[in-house]
Design a protein around this ligand. Sequence first.
Ligand SMILES: [Zn+2]
Length: 118
Amino acid sequence: MNKSLMEENKVKLLAEQKQLRITLGHEGKLEGKGEFPGEYKPTFTELGSEEGENASEVEQFANDLSLSQDLEARLTKVEAALKRIADGSYGKCVGGDDIDEARLRAEPAAETCIKHSK
Ligand SMILES: [Zn+2]
């Protein structure tokens, strides 16, 4: 594993982790106490009294929720990559191959080589 690439990617991953944690509202909170994994829960700001308003707020809630789930999934992936950097397995595919450096440059959180990516 190319050490300087690993260091570069560690910086990128830490920055992404921080950004995701802020976006998801994790920053400064304890983990694991919320109803949703990682504490984030979109809130209904104000329920409208009209049926139409309610429907659009429910829709908005669903959108926020699915967005937050995408971000949670991304955060999990980023944190897994940081863990692999810490334990020395970073840059190795499940099959034991080295992940291509170009691939790691494009996607610092890549878990597999191109061959095993599907
Ligand atoms: Zn592989």
